[in-house]
Design a protein around this ligand. Structure first.
Ligand SMILES: Cc1ncc(C[n+]2csc(CCOP(=O)(O)OP(=O)(O)O)c2C)c(N)n1
Ligand SMILES: [Mg+2]
Length: 294
C-alpha cells in the first residue's frame, strides 16, 4: 500500500481515479483530432500511453499553466519525440497549450511539430526524437537541480524501443551512481518498434531485472490500468528524495487502446487512417468510455 492510498478513503481514491481517467479520455480525443489533421501519424502510441500522460499531468506534476518556465516546476522530459502528439494532448489538458491550437498539429508554422521540439512548444522541455538521449538529459537535469538545492523532480518518458540503445543504460547506471532520488523514469512497453515487434527486433526482457541490476527502484504495471498506475506513481513519490534511489515505472500498454478499430492494426507504428474512419474511432472511444463509467 502506498502512502497516499493509505491515507485516502475508498471514496476519495475512486473519485481521484475517475478524475484522471476522464483526463485520459480527453487526451485520447485530442490525439484523434490531431491525427485527423494529417490523416496519419503516431496516433496508436498516444492512445496507448494516454493513462501515463494523464497521471503525470492531471495528478503528479507540479507546474504553473500560465508560467510553463516557472523555476520550481517539476520537469517532464519526452524522450520519444514521435510521441509528441500524446504530449500535446496532455499539455492541452493541463491548460499549457490552448485546445484550439491542437488543430495546427504538424502544419507549417505551427508550434506543434510532429516531433517534439523545445524551441517551438511551451512545456516541451527537450527536443527528443534522437532516441536513447532522453534519459541522459534527465540525469543531467536531475543532478543540476540537486546542485541548485531545488526540490523539483524530473520525470522522463521513454519507449521500449529506447531500451535497445546503449546510452539509455549508461544513463541508468549514472543515475544510480549519483543517487538521483529526484528522478522517475516511465517506460511505455507497447511491445512495438518501427521495425516490428520489440521481441523480434531485440530481446530486451527481462527488463525489470535489468533496471534492478542498475540499482533502480522498479515497478511494473499494466499501463492502461489507472488504479495500478496511480498506486505505482504514489509509491515512487513516497520514496523520492534529493538523494536516493531513482525510480522506474515499467508500463505495459496496448497500441491504439480505447479504439478497437486501431487496436489490431497492421503497421501500427505509423498509422494511416482513412477519412471515413476518424468519426468511427471517436464513436468507439466514447462508447467504450461511457460503457466503463456507467
Ligand atoms: C537514434 C535513433 N534511431 C532510430 C530512430 C528512428 N525511429 C523513430 S521511432 C523508432 C521506433 C522506436 O521504438 P519505439 O519508440 O518503441 O516505437 P513505437 O512503440 O512508437 O512503435 C525508430 C527506430 C530514431 N528516431 N533515433
Ligand atoms: Mg514501442
Amino acid at each position: 500500500m502506498t502512502l497516499t492510498s493509505s491515507i485516502q478513503s475508498p471514496e476519495a481514491t475512486a473519485a481521484r481515479t475517475e478524475r484522471v481517467e476522464a483526463a485520459a479520455y480527453r487526451i485520447r480525443h485530442y490525439a484523434l483530432n490531431m491525427g485527423e489533421v494529417q490523416g496519419q501519424g503516431y496516433v496508436g502510441q498516444a492512445l496507448g500511453a494516454a493513462e501515463m500522460f494523464a497521471v503525470v499531468y492531471a495528478d503528479q506534476l507540479r507546474y504553473r499553466a500560465e508560467d510553463p518556465e516557472w523555476e520550481a516546476r517539476d520537469r517532464f522530459l519526452l524522450s520519444t519525440g514521435h510521441y509528441a502528439i500524446g504530449h500535446y494532448a496532455a499539455l492541452a489538458e493541463a491548460g499549457i497549450v490552448p485546445v484550439a491550437e491542437l488543430d495546427s498539429y504538424g502544419s507549417d508554422d505551427s508550434r506543434l511539430p510532429m516531433s517534439g521540439m523545445s524551441t517551438y512548444t511551451p512545456g516541451m522541455e527537450i527536443s527528443g526524437g534522437s532516441l536513447g538521449h532522453g534519459l541522459t538529459i534527465a540525469v543531467g537535469t536531475a543532478l543540476g537541480l540537486r546542485y541548485q538545492g531545488s526540490e523539483a523532480r524530473v520525470y522522463n518518458f521513454l519507449s521500449d524501443g529506447e531500451l535497445d540503445e546503449g546510452s539509455t543504460w549508461e544513463a541508468a547506471m549514472g543515475a544510480h551512481h549519483h543517487q538521483l532520488g529526484n528522478l522517475t523514469a516511465m517506460v511505455d512497453i507497447n511491445a512495438l518498434q518501427a521495425d516490428g515487434k520489440t521481441d523480434t527486433v531485440l530481446r530486451t526482457e527481462p527488463v525489470a531485472d535489468k533496471w534492478a541490476a542498475c540499482g533502480w527502484f522498479v515497478q511494473r504495471v499494466d499501463g492502461n490500468d489507472m488504479g495500478a498506475l496511480l498506486a505505482a506513481f504514489d509509491a515512487a513519490a513516497a520514496q523520492a528524495a534529493p538523494e536516493g534511489r531513482p525510480s522506474v515505472i515499467l508500463c505495459d500498454t496496448k497500441v491504439g487502446r480505447g479504439v478497437p478499430l486501431l487496436e489490431n492494426r497492421e503497421k501500427a507504428h505509423f498509422m494511416r487512417i482513412e477519412e471515413h474512419e476518424w468519426q468511427i474511432c471517436r464513436e468507439q472511444l466514447t462508447a467504450g468510455y461511457e460503457g466503463e463509467t456507467k
